[in-house]
Design a protein around this ligand. Structure first.
Ligand SMILES: C[S@@+](CC[C@H](N)C(=O)[O-])C[C@H]1O[C@@H](n2cnc3c(N)ncnc32)[C@H](O)[C@@H]1O
Length: 436
């Protein structure tokens, strides 16, 4: 039998010109995996057979085949990293290995979804045996919103739902739906068209006429950027044709890694640098894009005092001054400001000899522009190739007026404003830091 005939043989449901794949050898309505599923019950544990083979007990889970062990070892630190988030859903969960593992890692509320009835029945039996009342098990097709979870897993599934077991034919609706179901992070595996399994099985050929955009990583990532705040590739567990991406609903869910963020339609790589506001280490985060020499500041706190809008106001107002960062991009929804890179904080290694003269000049010019920075600290004085720069204008008033004449909130209501306002002598602060 030719491959094409084999494929045609396997088409179970045809509706509206769409063929929904199901394996003919398996009896279920939607049974796309060829592996028969089974379970062997032992007094305190269950051995599961099928696409994922593993041993599970109340307090342990052990993969039984090399493939799953490889993937499990890869996924373990990633899942641990997000186990402080409390809920998790695994879509296309198969025998539920990653749900049972996540349960042991401390996720409190879990949900397993698979369209394969035989597979989910086994998971239900495991749930019952170990009284895992915090796990919901759904037998359904991916295609509607099944609820919102902090962490969503979508592993080894994109090539199936694209045009085989569901028929989307493009990435936007898939990623949009996933974003609607995700509170914090989506962990999604990209399976390339060049992947050996895809080449052999030809998942992408089932509904060729329904494909509306090329199944490519580039298009996949374009959709990820569209519906998520940023994403990062955490590598692969097997071959480069299967990569795992983490997509973030919010920057603050991204822990110390490189992220991709689109600036004017261009995906750029940013590295997490440090929280910039020393008053509260979590008030904002700073990322650096070495390729374009850009800094991204994600503001999180004190927004009610207008710090985000005031910063933008001043960056625009002072744009002609070369010691002030050049404003490149604003994302008001995400509270992101992207500016030119102004160097590193002033320190003994980078301090120019004439730093006092440069700083005096900066302060005089800022005074002429009526900038009264309530919050000038040595950490806001940067140095790039011997030139001083100044950053962070969120608390800077227009000669005492926090509305800056454009109706911004009155930051003087901020309980700590007095502390901020106390006349710090910036020269002494820097001198102390430099050990002068
Ligand atoms: C290749 S397996 C991946 C299993 C698991 N996510 C992993 O990475 O180990 C794909 C799983 O998704 C399920 N599946 C395929 N298409 C689906 C769809 N349209 N809706 C729901 N489940 C689907 C299959 O039954 C199978 O269990």
């Amino acid at each position: 039998m030719s491959i094409l005939e084999k494929i045609k043989n396997k088409l179970a449901t045809v509706n509206g010109g769409q063929a929904i794949y199901s394996d003919k050898k398996r009896v279920g309505k939607y049974s796309s995996q060829s592996e028969e599923v089974n379970m062997v019950e032992k007094p305190n544990e269950v051995e599961v057979q099928g696409y994922q083979r593993f041993l599970v007990s109340r307090d342990k889970i052990v993969p039984l085949d090399e493939q799953l062990k490889l993937k499990s070892d890869f996924m373990l630190p990633i899942l641990k990293q997000y186990s402080h988030l409390s809920s998790l859903m695994d879509i296309g969960a198969s025998n539920g290995y990653f749900v049972f593992l996540s349960n042991l890692l401390g996720f409190k509320k879990l949900c397993l979804l698979d369209h394969d009835h035989d597979y989910t029945e086994i998971s239900k039996k495991i749930k019952e045996k170990f009284n895992l009342t915090n796990i919901d098990i759904l037998t359904d097709k991916f295609g509607k919103n099944f609820g919102k979870y902090d962490t969503v897993l979508f592993l080894a599934l994109i090539h199936w739902v694209y045009s085989c077991t569901s028929v989307y034919g493009k990435f936007d609706p898939i990623i949009k739906l996933l974003s609607e179901m995700t509170n914090n992070v989506l962990i999604i595996e990209w399976v390339d068209a060049e992947d050996a399994a895809v080449k052999d099985f030809k998942h992408l050929n089932f509904n060729k006429r329904k494909i509306k955009e090329e199944y490519s990583e580039k298009n996949f990532l374009k959709s990820l950027s569209k519906y998520f705040n940023s994403y990062t590739c955490v590598g692969h567990y097997q071959s480069g044709t299967r990569k795992v991406y983490i997509a973030f609903k919010d920057f603050l869910d991204n822990v110390n890694s490189t992220i991709t963020y689109e600036v004017n339609g261009r995906p750029l790589q940013f590295q997490y640098v440090q929280p910039c506001n020393l008053l509260d280490e979590g008030a904002s985060k700073i990322y650096f894009c070495p390729e374009q020499n850009l800094i991204m500041k994600k503001c999180k706190c004190y927004l009610e005092y207008g710090v985000f809008d005031r910063e933008i106001f001043w960056l625009k107002e002072l744009e002609s001054l070369d010691f002030v960062p050049r404003l490149e991009h604003v994302d008001s929804e995400e509270k992101i400001i992207i500016t030119s890179y102004m160097g590193k904080r002033i320190n003994r290694a980078n301090v120019p000899e004439d730093w006092r003269k440069q700083l005096e000049n900066i302060i005089t010019i800022l005074k002429n522009h009526k900038v009264k920075n309530a919050d000038l600290k040595e950490t806001e004085i940067l140095v790039n190739n011997g030139k001083l720069g100044i950053v962070d204008f969120g608390w800077a008033s227009l000669d005492g007026d926090y509305s800056c004449g454009i109706g911004l909130p009155d930051a003087s209501a901020f309980p700590h404003i007095k502390e901020l306002k106390k006349e710090n002598d910036i020269f002494t602060l820097i001198g102390n830091k430099l050990g002068e």
